[in-house]
Write a protein that binds this ligand. Structure first.
Ligand code: AMP
Ligand code: MG
Length: 538
């Protein structure tokens, strides 16, 4: 990669204020050429984004912009598209790609690193909070291996929309600031079937407190670079986990405890809203317990615990919906192994790891109680109620989002209202006309039992409905909706993309103008690539 191709121009973005702790306090790769290689004894490599031919801003998240302390009119400036597509830099940026490794699909994969992500620097935003800015799809880095360092428009739209949707759902996530087209074409074999085609390229600018992953620690442990491992732990504690105390083996363990807890909370949220990440490799696990790296993710339409959107994983289904808690636990075990050389004591790490299940169950219990409108979820009765419910909605195609959202509408009036209550959720069935009387009967019995429990809870109707509606979103980024927005955007029409962004800002509110997007997946989307299955090609 010649210097000529990289962002060499400096421009100003008013209001962006940098303080680059990661690159200032940790050592970088002494080799400055952008060649693909193994990078040892370094936390990152300095690398500039590659220039693009015709950058344009397609969408921005006003909320994310405000977090950075930027004014909204800044996005109209020519400089904004230049900087956030990687075509130009501001003077205080320290562009770099991070070095990390990871376990992919259960196996150690060695060095991975930011192959197409470039961190621009750490911004001091509103309320003195800090945000690392990162461009995804901004060109090759020393970690690109066989990739081109680019991202296509379809996957960039999916990342942009879903990050912001997750935030509004209350699910911890990295944020997306902007989506820019590059004007360049990128070659991709979308279905991995030997038919590569050119697609429009794009760059998403995302933000997070940091993009440090489990894999950042794993790479040092795997290479026996214990000083670097400790350096990253000390850095993380100083800046992100100061409450655990001065860096020492015991504070390393306390930091690990925090990562265990935040990861458990994260996964409980995913299960609550029906999100399947699709590629829970340890390089895609944030130490901040954030959803990170939106690739072939998907939303459960019909409640199928065995569903995965990722075609690469369709045989083993390692990262299926049901497995996410167990996989998170497994990933945390890999992180514990990586921290061992700095802690040198198995027992406290094991103990911290063992806490995962209890933390997950506690958080999940609160969430499921809210989803069902119960005061608490601890008795045997409520556990049986839930497992019986899952059995019923797994046995037929039942839309998870609509089912739970509708459930608040059951009547608690005295007397038998079984039929009426079955009607309340009937619309969440994909093929109600094919459902047997026996199934409706079973559902009716379950609803009767549920209503009896609700009556004893003593919540007023309004209170209960309000509580349930805050836990059961009406609007999620259904796979087919994202695909429709992509189809339009590829033709140059950004209306749906922006409408979805608006709708997803208030996922728990009734929004009559968007009612059409709160309906079940249409039949045409059942087997269409992008709607029901996705490859990693992005
Ligand atoms: P992912 O599966 O997207 O999390 O990516 C796994 C690894 O492959 C990471 O190190 C990425 O940076 C890298 N990677 C993915 N796509 C590309 C690409 N188009 N060019 C270069 N590296 C990539
Ligand atoms: Mg990744």
């Amino acid at each position: 990669m010649s210097e000529r191709n990289t962002a060499s121009k400096y421009v100003e973005i008013e209001g962006l204020c940098f303080d680059n702790r990661f690159t200032n306090e940790l050592s970088g790769d002494p080799v400055l050429s952008n060649t693909r290689r193994q990078v040892s004894h370094a936390y990152f490599s300095n690398v500039k984004p590659t220039k693009t031919s015709k950058p344009e801003t397609l969408a921005i998240s006003i909320e994310a912009l405000k977090l950075l302390g930027l004014e909204t009119d800044i996005t109209e400036s020519e400089n904004f598209a230049q900087v956030f597509s990687g075509n130009a830099l501001t003077r205080d940026m320290e562009p770099h790609a991070m070095c990390y490794g990871g376990h992919q699909f259960g196996n150690w994969a060695g060095q991975l690193g930011d192959g197409r992500a470039i961190n621009l620097g750490e911004v001091i935003g509103k309320n003195d909070l800090r945000y690392m800015l990162q461009l995804k799809g901004a060109g090759p880095t020393p970690y690109s291996r066989s990739g081109d360092g680019r991202a296509v428009l379809r996957s960039s739209i999916r990342e942009f929309l879903c990050s912001e949707a997750m935030f509004s759902l209350g699910v911890p996530t990295t944020r997306a600031l902007s989506l820019c087209s590059t004007g360049d074409q990128v070659m991709r074999d979308m279905l991995y079937d030997g038919n590569p085609a050119e697609e429009p390229g794009a760059v998403v600018c995302r933000t997070a407190p940091s993009f440090i992953r489990f894999g950042n620690f794993e790479i040092f442990a795997a290479r026996g670079e214990v000083e670097e491992l400790k350096g990253l732990l000390d850095f993380s504690i100083r800046h992100f986990f100061p409450e655990v105390g001065e860096p020492s083996p015991s504070s390393y363990v306390r930091m690990f405890e925090e990562v265990v807890a935040s990861t458990a909370v994260l996964i409980a949220h995913w299960q609550r809203v029906g999100f399947v990440h699709g590629v829970m490799n340890t390089d895609n696990m944030s130490i901040h317990g954030l959803t990170i790296d939106y690739g072939p993710y998907g939303w459960v339409d019909n409640f199928d615990p065995n569903w995965t959107p990722n075609t690469t994983d369709r045989f083993q289904r390692r990262y299926r919906f049901r497995n996410q808690p167990a996989i998170a636990h497994w990933n945390l075990a890999q992180l514990a192994n990586a921290l061992y050389p700095a802690v040198l004591d198995v027992q406290p790490l094991q103990q911290a790891l063992d806490a995962f299940e209890d933390i997950f169950n506690d958080v999940w219990s609160v969430m499921i109680a809210e989803k069902l409108g119960l005061n608490s979820f601890s008795s045997m009765d409520s556990h049986n109620l839930l497992s019986d419910l899952f059995e019923i909605i797994e046995s037929e195609e039942v839309d998870m989002t609509i089912f739970f959202r509708s459930l608040s509408k059951v009547t608690l009036l005295e007397g038998q209202h079984t039929e009426q209550n079955v009607d309340v959720v009937r619309d969440s069935y994909y093929t109600p006309e094919l459902i047997t009387g026996e199934h409706w009967h079973r559902l009716g019995n379950w609803l009767d039992r549920y209503v009896r429990i609700l009556r004893n809870e003593g919540l007023s109707n309004n209170e209960r409905i309000e509580r349930m509606n805050q836990a059961n979103p009406k609007y999620v980024l259904r796979n087919y909706l994202a695909q429709l927005a992509i189809d339009d955007a590829e033709k140059g029409d950004l209306t749906m993309l922006n409408d979805l962004l608006t709708m997803l800002r208030n996922p728990y509110d009734e929004q009559p103008e968007f009612e059409k997007w709160a309906t079940k997946r249409p039949d045409w989307a059942r087997n269409r690539p992008g709607c029901s299955m996705l490859s990693c090609s992005s």
